[in-house]
Design a protein around this ligand. Sequence first.
Ligand SMILES: *[C@@H]1O[C@H](CO)[C@@H](O)[C@H](O)[C@H]1NC(C)=O
Ligand SMILES: *[C@@H]1O[C@H](CO)[C@@H](O)[C@H](O)[C@H]1NC(C)=O
Ligand SMILES: *[C@@H]1O[C@H](CO)[C@@H](O)[C@H](O)[C@H]1NC(C)=O
Length: 361
Amino acid sequence: MITHFLRNHIIGDIKIVNLGEMAFICLYNRCLAIFLICIAFGYTSSSDLEIKVNPPEDFEIVDPGYLGFLYLQWQPPVSLENFKACAVEYELKFRSIGGGRWKTVITKNLRYKYGFDLNKGIEAKIHTLLPKQCTNGSEVRSLWSEATYWMPEQGNLETKIKDMDCIYYNWQNLLCSWEPGKGVHFDANYYLFYWYEGLDHALQCTDYIKANGKNVGCRFPQLESPDYKDFYVCVNGSSESKSIRSSYFIFQLQNIVKPLPPDYLSINVKNLLEVNLQWSIPRGSIPAKCFIYEIEFTEGDIAWVTTTFDNEMCIMRTSNGSHELCFSTRSKVNIYCADDGIWSEWSNEKCWKGMNSKNSS
Ligand SMILES: *[C@@H]1O[C@H](CO)[C@@H](O)[C@H](O)[C@H]1NC(C)=O
Ligand SMILES: *[C@@H]1O[C@H](CO)[C@@H](O)[C@H](O)[C@H]1NC(C)=O
Ligand SMILES: *[C@@H]1O[C@H](CO)[C@@H](O)[C@H](O)[C@H]1NC(C)=O
């Protein structure tokens, strides 16, 4: 049966088969199978086998002391001579240890800078890429080089500060406040350091807010062009008896702006149905185009809230003019100037007391 099968399907013209020949045929059959597999999976793989590239050398994560802004750096792989004419690339992947997605970067440089959350460790890996044009075939990758980095963890979690809150008042004055950690000794105190691109090194707070002898906040000095950049903050601490766990924060100042409320509200009743509301642009240096306003309007028992980008608004009255009208407004930086913001306090309420009383604006 087997020989018949072989004869008809594989070898065709063998007529007589003894046991020895049978073994040879089976072997031959296997070679043929392997040969066919080679064909099926392409000729290019044979040239790839010859082209190998080493991973980058001396891959490391360097902390320049910028409170989270780290350098991932490496050297070219050894024995790269064969590819001198070739622009070697590197594929870099990194993430916080214990989860999160890998962020991937492809670069020809030997250094990549990135802002990391130092509350967690960091893991990174890199390999060399030879682009297609260098190999006459498909892209060739090296094995990975790996590196990790984490700040030495001292003190237990309870000793960290709590409820950190930073507000950039009027796009001008930065203030951060926090609560001391639990179970810290009376001698413990906290210190705030900050850095952003443009500073030579991390600076310590120069004007602490204190409560019961401990630092619980910081009034920052006037900062020079700190917006639209990552702003790194570390609050660490010291205590004779117990180490204190450091906390790290990254934010962008334009996203934590709390403006002043608008003032000088006015109500201009044009006729029985139409009313014009106006308010002044909040004082300070925030450009007028950067505001959004929320309006709270009441007319008798009816109240509603709306938002607008302008500093005035025309409304149609719902009743026929016998009621008192009141409104107040508050401001926030809008989406054209920042990704986020903090609403100002509400302005004082402005009211108009009907046709009989004088226009009170
Ligand atoms: C690619 O092909 C060209 C021309 O066929 C040849 O000269 C060159 O050496 C090849 N390069 C590699 C890396 O195999
Ligand atoms: C707090 O952090 C700053 C900046 O990294 C560092 O210079 C300082 O020594 C640290 N202080 C303590 C008590 O760990
Ligand atoms: C307001 O409208 C109601 C119903 O339309 C009417 O009965 C009332 O007299 C009006 N009041 C004034 C002051 O015009």
